[in-house]
Design a protein around this ligand. Structure first.
Ligand code: HEM
Length: 633
C-alpha cells in the first residue's frame, strides 16, 4: 500500500511558488508533494532484480570473473542507455518510461482501461515548478476529459468531464470506494464516514444526516456570529495597537475561527483557539500535520512495527491522537451519562434556543434506535472535526483574497451586507437575502476547490461514459482501477465556463450551455438553485460541472454548515474592516493537497470601515446589475 500523491481532505502542504494573474494565482507545487506519483520501487521479480540475481549466481568466489562482471553490469548499463535515449536526455523520465513499459507490458493487468488515451506524462513535468493539478490541467486540454497517466507500474485515470463524473459519483457510485485515501485516513478517522467500509457507512450516514436540520442550523448560525464577534474583537484590538491599521495573517485567523466553530458545532467543546492555545489545540494541529505528511510521503513506514515508538514524529502523532481521543472520550462519556432517548423527529423539534448543548454529538447520542459504540462516535466526531475545519477556513481565505483584488465585487457585497444585516449578527433568514455574497463564496470555491482532487478506486468492472468528444463506446475499466476526479479541471474547464479563470460571481445568475455535449450535459441552470434549502450553486444546478462538495451518495454532509459559516463570518468581518493584501500578489503563493493553502500566509492590511464608507458603498454599489440578481442563487 503506497499513498498516491496529494489527496483530498488532507492538508498536504507542498510549498509553492509565486502567484500571478488577478485573483487566480498560478500555483506551483514543490517536489516534496510529488513522491507518491513517482515510479514505485521495483517489485520482486522485475527485470533488474532478476538480472542481478542471475548475475550474482555466476560470480565465482575470489577475484571477479570479467565475464561475470560484464553479465552483472551489462543489463543495468543497457537499461540506463535505453532510458537516457527514451527520456531524450532526461534519465529520470527515461527510467520512468522504461519502468512503465516493463510493468504495463508484463506485470500488471491493465485495470486502467486499454482504450483510454494515455497522457504523455513525464516525471519531470510533475517534479518541476508545476503543481500536480496544474499538470493535470494541461494534459486535460491535450488529451481530453478521460485520460490515463502512467508512472512506473502505477496508472491513474484522470477524469475532468461532468458526464463521466456524474457517472462515478452518482449513477454508479457504489462501484467505487475511496481507495488509498481510506487507507491513509483509517488510523486517524477509524470508521468515520470518509474512510468507512460500505456497511458501516450506510448505518452511520443514515444516523448523521438527520442531525443537520433547520433548528440546528438556526442555532449554529447564532454560534457562528458569536465566534466571529470574538475574531472581530481580536482584529479590532490589533488595529488599535497598530494605531489605525494592522497587518494580519488572515489564513491563521480563519483557521482559529474554523476550529472554534467546528468544536462547538460538532461536540460542544470550547477550543477558544482565537485567543489561546491549549494542549488539545496543539494536538489537533499535530494530527492534521501528520495526516498531511502521510498523504505526501511515499513509503508508508508508519505501518512498520514499532514505528510509533522509534520514529519521533510517529511517537508525537500517537501522543497527539491520545490527547484528542481522551478529550473526545470525555465528551462522549458525559453525553452518554445524560442521554435522553428520542426519535429523530422529536429530536429535531427540540427547542434549540433553550438547549445548552445543541451539538451533533448530543443528537447522535440521544437518537433512539441507534446504539453506536463510543468508538464509533469518536470516529464520527474526529472525521467531522478534520473534514470541517481547514476546508471552511480555506474557503474564507481565498474568498477574501479574491474580493481584495476585485473592488467592484467587494463594493457590491458591502452594499448588500450593509443593507441586509447592518450591525446585527446575521440570522439564517438574512443569509437568504445575501445572494451576491453567497455567489462570491461559490465563485472562490470554483477557483479554489477544497479539495482540488477526489480519489476513487473501482470495486468492480465498469464502463465510463464517453463524455465530450470521447470514444462513443465508452471506456471499460477493471476492478482496482484508480481514479482522480479533478475538481480543479472541472471548475476551470473552458468547455463548462465562460472565462474560466476569471473571478466573476455573476456567472451563477446566468444560464450556460455547451451544445457540443448534445443532450449529455444540461449546462448550468441558475433557476435550479433558487429558493429552498439549496442557496448556493451546486452539482445539481451545474450537472456535475461544479462539485466543491462532491455529489451523489458520498456528498459532503457538512456543505450547508460550512457555507452558512463562511457567509456569516464574511458578512461580519467585511462589514467592519477593509482587507487589502499587504504583500505583492505573487508572494501569497499556493501550497496544495487536500485543501489549497497559501504558501506564505495571507498577509492582509486591515483598516476599520468608517460609517461614511458604509454610506458611500451603499450609494455606489451597482443597482442596475443588482436588479438582475434573483432573490437567491
Ligand atoms: C467548505 C467546507 C467543506 C468542503 C469544501 C468540503 C468538501 C467535501 C467533499 C468534496 C467531500 C466529498 C469527498 C469525496 O467524495 O471523496 C466531503 C465529504 C465529507 N465532508 Fe465535507 N467539506 C466541507 C465541510 C465539511 C464540514 C463542516 C463537515 C462536518 C461538519 C464535513 C463533513 C464531511 C463528511 C463527514 C464527509 C464524508 C461524507 C460521506 O462519505 O458520506 N465537511 N466534504
Amino acid at each position: 500500500m503506497a499513498p498516491i500523491g496529494p489527496h483530498p481532505l488532507l492538508p498536504a502542504r507542498a510549498r509553492a511558488g509565486p502567484a500571478s494573474v488577478r485573483g487566480t494565482p498560478q500555483p506551483r507545487i514543490g517536489a516534496s508533494s510529488l513522491p507518491s506519483l513517482a515510479p514505485s520501487p521495483l517489485r520482486p521479480g522485475q527485470p533488474s532484480g532478476r538480472s542481478s540475481r542471475i548475475a550474482s549466481r555466476m560470480v565465482p568466489r575470489g577475484l571477479p570473473d570479467p565475464l561475470a562482471v560484464g553479465l552483472f553490469f551489462a543489463p543495468g548499463l543497457a537499461a540506463l542507455v535505453y532510458a537516457f535515449i527514451r527520456g531524450k536526455g532526461n534519465l529520470t523520465d527515461g527510467l520512468s518510461r522504461l519502468l512503465t513499459e516493463i510493468s504495463q507490458g508484463y506485470f500488471q493487468p491493465d485495470v486502467g482501461g486499454k482504450t483510454i488515451p494515455v497522457a504523455e506524462g513525464e516525471l519531470s513535468d510533475l517534479a518541476g515548478d508545476q503543481p500536480l493539478f496544474k499538470a493535470l490541467y494541461q494534459w486535460f486540454l491535450d488529451s481530453g476529459g478521460v485520460y490515463k497517466l502512467v508512472f512506473g507500474p502505477k496508472a491513474f485515470i484522470v477524469v475532468s468531464d461532468p458526464v463521466v463524473v456524474r457517472h462515478i459519483l452518482k449513477e454508479n457510485a457504489f462501484n467505487y470506494d475511496k481507495g488509498v485515501l481510506a487507507e491513509i485516513l483509517e488510523p486517524i478517522m477509524g470508521k468515520g464516514l470518509i474512510p468507512a467500509d460500505l456497511d458501516t457507512w450506510r448505518v452511520r450516514r443514515r444516523a448523521v444526516v438527520p442531525a443537520f436540520h433547520r433548528q440546528y442550523y438556526e442555532s449554529m448560525v447564532a454560534m457562528f456570529g458569536r465566534c466571529t464577534a470574538n475574531a472581530v474583537a481580536k482584529l479590532a484590538a490589533e488595529v488599535d495597537k497598530g494605531k489605525g491599521s494592522a497587518v494580519v495573517d488572515m489564513e491563521t485567523e480563519f483557521l482559529s475561527l474554523g476550529l472554534d466553530i467546528i468544536g462547538l458545532g460538532v461536540f460542544n467543546y470550547e477550543f477558544g483557539s482565537i485567543n489561546s492555545e491549549s494542549p488539545v489545540i496543539k494536538a489537533v494541529y499535530g494530527v492534521l500535520k501528520e495526516a498531511e505528511h502521510r498523504s505526501t510521503f511515499y513509503l508508508p513506514y508508519w505501518n512498520l512495527p514499532l514505528a510509533d515508538v522509534l520514529v519521533p514524529r510517529q511517537a508525537a502523532f500517537r501522543r497527539d491522537l491520545k490527547v484528542i481521543n481522551e478529550c473526545l472520550d470525555g465528551l462522549i462519556a458525559a453525553a452518554q451519562a445524560t442521554r435522553v432517548e428520542e426519535d429523530a423527529e422529536a429530536l429535531q423539534n427540540r427547542d434549540y434556543s433553550k438547549l445548552r448543548d445543541p451539538s451533533l454529538l448530543r443528537f447522535l447520542v440521544d437518537m433512539r434506535g441507534e446504539e453506536p459504540t463510543n468508538k464509533q462516535l469518536r470516529d464520527d466526531l474526529m472525521t467531522m472535526l478534520i473534514a470541517g475545519h481547514e476546508t471552511t477556513a480555506a474557503v474564507l481565505t481565498w474568498a477574501f483574497f479574491c474580493l481584495a483584488q476585485n473592488p467592484a465585487a467587494e463594493a457590491r457585497v458591502l452594499e448588500e451586507v450593509d443593507r441586509v444585516v447592518g450591525d446585527r449578527m446575521p440570522t439564517l433568514d438574512d443569509l437568504k437575502a445575501l445572494p451576491y455574497l453567497r455567489a462570491c463564496l461559490g465563485e472562490s470555491l470554483r477557483l479554489y476547490p477544497q479539495p482540488p482532487i477526489l480519489i476513487r478506486r473501482a470495486l468492480g468492472e465498469d464502463t465510463l461514459p464517453a463524455g465530450l468528444r470521447g470514444d462513443p463506446a465508452g471506456y471499460p475499466i477493471g476492478k482496482g482501477a484508480d481514479l482522480f476526479i479533478s475538481v480543479w479541471n472541472l471548475h476551470r474547464s473552458p468547455y463548462l465556463w465562460k472565462d474560466p479563470d476569471t473571478f466573476r460571481p455573476e456567472r451563477f445568475f446566468e444560464r450556460f450551455e455547451n451544445p457540443d455535449f448534445g443532450d449529455k450535459w444540461a449546462g448550468y441552470r441558475p433557476d435550479a438553485v433558487t429558493g429552498g434549502a439549496a442557496l448556493y450553486p451546486n452539482e445539481v444546478a451545474s450537472d456535475f460541472a461544479f462539485i466543491p462538495f462532491g455529489g451523489g451518495a458520498r456528498k459532503c454532509v457538512g456543505d450547508q454548515f460550512a457555507m452558512f459559516e463562511a457567509t456569516v463570518a464574511a458578512a461580519m468581518l467585511l462589514r467592519r474592516f477593509t482587507f487589502r493584501l499587504a504583500v505583492p500578489v505573487e508572494q501569497v503563493g499556493m501550497a496544495t493537497g487536500a485543501t489549497i493553502h497559501t504558501a506564505n500566509g495571507m498577509m492582509m492590511r486591515i483598516t476599520p470601515r468608517s460609517p461614511a464608507q458604509q454610506q458611500q458603498q451603499g450609494d455606489s454599489a451597482a443597482p442596475p446589475q443588482q436588479a438582475r440578481v434573483p432573490a437567491s442563487v
